[in-house]
Design a protein around this ligand. Structure first.
Ligand code: CDP
Length: 234
């Protein structure tokens, strides 16, 4: 049974620690909306790269932001990312986008713009959103906040496998360096850095399978739904 009061689940954590996989599966099992905030930052980055926007020129950044239309579309249990009417779902996962995304995500104007886009996604329907600042900035009142982490070598190995299976030519070392680079920028930037919310539950999935991790978090959400029902909120 679904609670009537919409529930927001915020999943934050380091690069490539399985947030998106878990968030997508969780939303599917619970019939919640799934939103991948990282995909929005990646789509903005793709646009900036294509238009050769100088990241340190605020005028250029603002002009570009005014010309971006983003859309996350749930299709067949998957999430498509559309940028100005073009499906960029695969393109935004390429390494050249990963290499620039954290610089773009550190820009205040970009974060302010995407904050609006993300908050507008919370409607009458319960939602799972993953990212870096969801539990701290985007939805500070989320009923469940997860802070995900895993051994950096395991994270790099998983992402390397994922990329090579998709046909991307890269090396384990390159992937490891990219994750370390992004983690550093994401945790040290001035604008809403990646930090564990005080009331977040830490889930280290280094030794957990995807299924085990999903069951663990699913149990947490179900407990919240049950408690809401018992207290007459549902
Ligand atoms: O899937 P992966 O962990 O590689 O990253 P992602 O979730 O697609 O996010 C890509 C990048 O966007 C991150 O490295 C951050 O720099 C930025 N990001 C952010 O700053 N805030 C968010 N809420 C989500 C992503």
């Amino acid at each position: 049974m679904m609670a009537k009061e919409p529930i927001v689940v915020a999943i934050d954590g380091y690069s490539s620690c399985g947030k998106s996989t878990t968030a997508r599966a969780l939303a599917h099992r619970l019939n919640f909306v799934y939103a991948d905030s990282g995909a929005l930052y990646r789509a903005v980055t793709l646009f900036f790269l294509r238009k050769k926007v100088n990241f340190s020129d605020l005028g250029e950044v603002n002009h570009a932001l005014h010309n971006i239309q983003l859309d996350l579309r749930p299709i067949d249990g998957d999430l498509q990312v559309w940028l100005n009417g073009e499906d960029v779902t695969s393109e935004i996962r390429q390494m050249y986008v990963s290499d620039a995304v954290s610089e773009v995500a550190a820009i205040k104007a970009v974060r302010e713009e995407l904050l609006k886009v993300q908050q507008e996604m919370a409607s009458q329907k319960s939602l799972v959103m993953d990212g870096r600042d969801i539990g701290t900035t985007v939805f500070p009142h989320a009923q469940l906040k997860i802070f995900m982490t895993a051994d950096p070598k395991v994270r790099a190995q998983r992402r390397y496998k994922e990329l090579t299976e998709k046909g991307e030519h890269t090396t384990y070392e390159e992937v490891f360096a990219n994750l370390a680079h992004r983690d550093l920028i994401d945790t040290t930037r001035k604008e809403s850095p990646l930090v564990q919310a005080q009331d977040a539950i830490v889930v280290d999935n280094t030794h957990l399978s995807k299924g085990e991790q999903l069951d663990l978090i699913l149990g947490m959400v179900r407990a919240i739904i049950k408690s809401a029902e018992n207290h007459g909120f549902a």
